[in-house]
Design a protein around this ligand. Structure first.
Ligand SMILES: [Zn+2]
Length: 318
């Protein structure tokens, strides 16, 4: 039987930085630590020194993640990073970024550069900030005080990095009202439907990619662990169980039968897919009243198009 759990230590404290330690129990019950690294920061260190440390730290994390994906199973050629976005109670979206190990590394480097640029431009931001689509674009929390024009420019860079990453994006959306109106005999919650469809898409995606690359692919699915912690009634564990049922079937044989939960703070690909899924949600469900806002959104949407070329996909169901 597969068991899986993650644990971590605090990432940043006042005068000390400690990179998180994640572990997972494999089927034999061995505890595999897939990264553990620490960098000490003292309050007397200069700010530029801290930023350099941060860069080193991120590089170590990404290197370790890379090694984890690689060493966990030599047949796993890809990583699939998933995140969700909701529109009130009307829609539910689940997005996946499917990317090879090599390309993941260069995407992480690009995201690191964007992160460091923002820190240089706004030195008062907490160094371990995350790019979360909703928070970032609505200027909430740490982004209060960072002008919208600047944030739009950064979002352009993030979307461009994903679009040029060589990975592809699959988004499954559920129109809750339409779904409810159809009154299916066996009603599944929108999330479960989205997960099921998305897993099928990822599986098909890997087959398409193997035809191009000529090797048999496999992927591990990474999700943001915070969702399990903040949502009490319906959480990812359900989908892990549901998913296990799904991808144990021969149809979804290219997905590793265990979802891996990561802290999005240390996983740029999760931040990237969060931004992409959020913008998709805005494009599809929100009518802008301000013309400039609409123009900005049109630009985002245009930047996103390469993500869906080839085997990428997006749709809203039913
Ligand atoms: Zn694909």
């Amino acid at each position: 039987m597969h068991t899986s759990q993650t644990c971590k230590t605090p990432i940043f404290e006042e005068t000390r930085a400690q990179v998180g330690i994640h572990g997972t129990n494999d089927e034999k019950g061995h505890h595999q630590t897939f990264y553990a690294a620490g960098v000490s920061l003292h309050s007397s260190d200069t700010w530029s020194k801290k930023v350099r440390y941060l860069g080193v730290e991120r590089a170590m994390i990404n290197e370790s993640l890379h090694r984890f994906v690689m060493n966990g199973d030599q047949t796993l050629t890809h990583g699939a990073f998933i995140d969700e976005s909701e529109k009130n109670t009307s829609h539910y979206f689940l997005g996946a970024l499917v990317i090879t190990q090599q390309l993941y590394r260069s995407l992480a480097e690009k995201m690191t550069a964007i992160h460091e640029q923002v820190l240089r431009d706004y030195p008062k931001l907490p160094m371990d900030f995350e790019f979360h689509g909703w928070e970032f674009m609505s200027g909430k929390r740490v982004w209060r005080g960072v002008p919208i024009r600047y944030r739009v420019g950064i979002m352009n860079k993030i979307l461009t990095a994903v679009a040029e990453s060589g990975g592809c994006v699959h988004i499954e959306g559920i129109d809750r009202a339409k779904h409810a109106a159809r009154k299916y005999k066996d009603e599944f919650p929108p999330r479960e439907i989205a997960f099921n469809y998305l897993f099928e898409r990822i599986d098909a995606c890997l087959i398409t990619r193997s035809l191009v690359d000529g090797e048999r692919p496999g992927t591990r699915v990474f999700a943001d662990e915070h969702h399990t912690k903040t949502e009490s009634t319906s959480n990812f564990t359900d989908y892990q169980l549901y998913g296990t049922w799904g991808y144990k079937s021969s149809k979804l044989g290219l997905l590793h039968p265990e979802m891996t939960f990561m802290d999005s703070k240390t996983t740029y690909a999760l931040q990237a897919i969060d931004c992409v899924t959020y913008i998709y949600n805005r494009v599809k469900t929100h009518k802008e009243t301000d013309e400039r806002a609409q123009q900005t959104k049109n630009n985002f949407w245009a930047l996103m198009q390469p993500m869906f070329v080839g085997c990428g996909s997006h749709r809203i169901w039913p």
